[in-house]
Design a protein around this ligand. Structure first.
Ligand SMILES: Cc1ncc(COP(=O)(O)O)c(C=O)c1O
Length: 475
């Protein structure tokens, strides 16, 4: 991943000062020469930063007087309300929509990718992992081509167990089953505890992957109201459990995709207790937990698991690369069934990926990588959010997540996100329409945008997208 250019770092610092009111609307920005001396950066860097802030509408140049803070600073819109999904279990049938949108467009490199929830493509870590894979292949010789089932990869499981301590879990390496990504982990956990026709409580909105697994296994979704900041509503969940027969609950506990919500520690503890009192297992997808923007990683619900009912799933797909296909499930009392399901469906995760990730973690590379991406993604997410606020109509609602790299945007009622998705494709831009995050069309006027691959072409893309949204909103 490229280092953020100096002028962008300067622009970020100035933006924070403007947002915090150090320079209020209409105030003169420091002179270019003075700031260059104070911050010990070149005059051309400061000028470039000022031009960038002018393009973002934060500064206005006045001939022979310098730069001034704009009088019309875009004000932050509120987050969407607590969601209000269908109160009854629903049959899942989203295959056609998912195939059309996810497989066809979000993987198309010719589009400006604000759609797929992939991490940044250019990363130092990818090159480091490639080197580690090459050296493992040399060292292992012919064995590199063999299966590496989970019984053979103790060092990776040990590293994940060590890493789990940051999420508040004390796990033994033997409790962890290595899977081909988090998706396979969640799917195997569902299969271990549910039978066709069963009902599964899920946060709403929730990433379409979950609906794929439910559909494949013939399970019904019971969507639970979810808050954009604090995640699943415990009151709504209790009501749902009282009124329905539910066999499992799935949450994306830390930085839900697409909402960005993070269940507070106290709520996680209550969630685990409540589900235990109904004897319902919790499948916890913690795939985004490492991408947090505070001083410590949020804990997992698994940290409060007293009797093995929480199945903690994760992977390296959101932090390193989805193509590694390395994930895990710490499935508590269901471990051996999950291990069997993993083995019987796909035998093992890729051998060289497993060896390289274990080595990368053991030499401290993963920790260092996480520090770097947290800085970069936080900044990219802020840039995307500012651009959306600036170029979209003022009556939108937008989340402000404390981790992950996704924004969830509620557009004016009249804007149909599928129509917008098609118009955006004409502009060469991929976005993800809200229709994919629920079984009904509850989120038909929502979209999800990904900030991880923010680039120079993304800002004009958001401007074009904003123009299209405004036209649609006017009717
Ligand atoms: C919330 C969530 N869970 C699971 C997955 C799939 O993860 P993996 O590629 O590790 O199977 C994704 C990928 O988009 C995701 O966003």
């Amino acid at each position: 991943m490229k280092k953020t250019p100096k002028y962008q770092q300067v622009a970020e610092r100035l933006t924070r000062m403007i947002e915090e009111g150090v320079f209020g609307p209409g105030a003169a920005a420091p002179s270019v020469r003075k700031l260059s001396q104070q911050w010990e950066v070149s005059i051309s860097t400061i000028l470039k930063a000022y031009y960038l802030l002018e393009a973002r509408g934060l500064l206005v140049p006045r001939p022979r007087s310098g730069f001034f803070v704009s009088h019309k600073l875009p004000s932050a819109p509120p987050a969407p309300d607590l969601s209000d999904p269908d109160p009854d279990p629903t049959t899942v049938g989203m295959r056609e929509l998912i195939t059309r949108i996810v497989i066809h467009d979000t993987l198309n490199p010719k589009l400006i990718q604000l759609g797929a929830a992939h991490p940044a493509m250019e990363q130092t870590a990818t090159r480091q992992l490639n080197r580690l894979m090459a050296s493992a292949a040399r060292r292992m010789g012919d064995r590199a081509g063999l299966y590496m089932p989970h019984s053979d990869n103790r060092s990776l499981r040990q590293q994940i167990a060590l890493h789990a301590m940051d999420a508040g879990c004390s796990l033994d390496a033997d409790e962890i089953v290595i899977t081909s990504g988090c998706g396979e982990a969640v799917s195997a956990c569902l299969q271990a505890i549910c039978r066709p026709g069963d009902t599964v409580a899920v946060e709403s909105p929730i990433c379409f992957d979950v609906f794929q697994y439910l559909e494949n296994l013939g399970l019904k979704a019971l969507e639970i109201p979810t808050h954009p900041k604090d995640g699943i509503s415990l009151e709504a969940l209790r009501f749902a459990l009282e009124n329905n027969s539910v066999q499992a609950c799935v949450v994306i506990s830390n930085f839900n995709n697409p909402l960005g919500s993070c269940i507070p520690d106290g709520n996680k503890k209550d969630l685990v207790r409540m589900l235990a009192s109904y004897d319902i297992p919790l499948i916890e997808n913690d795939i985004f937990g490492d991408v947090h923007y505070s001083t410590r990683r949020p804990v997992s619900a698994k940290a409060f698991d007293a009797d093995g009912r929480v199945m903690w799933c994760g992977s390296f797909s959101k932090t390193l690369s989805p193509g590694l296909r390395v994930g895990w499930a710490a499935a508590g009392r269901y471990r051996s069934t999950v291990a069997w399901l993993k083995y019987s469906v796909s035998l093992a995760a890729p051998t060289l990926s497993q060896v390289a990730v274990a080595a990368f973690m053991a030499e401290g590379g993963y920790r260092q990588h996480l520090r770097r991406i947290r800085r970069v993604y936080r900044q990219r997410l802020a840039e995307l959010r500012r651009a959306v606020i600036r170029f979209f109509p003022t009556d939108i609602r937008v989340t402000d997540p404390a981790g992950g790299y996704l924004l969830w945007i509620e557009l004016p009622e009249v804007v149909d996100a599928l129509k917008l998705y098609r118009l955006a494709l004409n502009e060469g831009i991929a976005i993800t329409p809200g229709h994919l995050f629920s079984t009904g069309d509850r989120y038909r006027n929502f979209i999800r945008l990904n900030a991880a691959n923010w680039s120079d072409e993304a800002l004009p893309a958001i401007r074009r997208l904003g123009r299209v949204v405004s036209q649609m909103a006017r009717g």
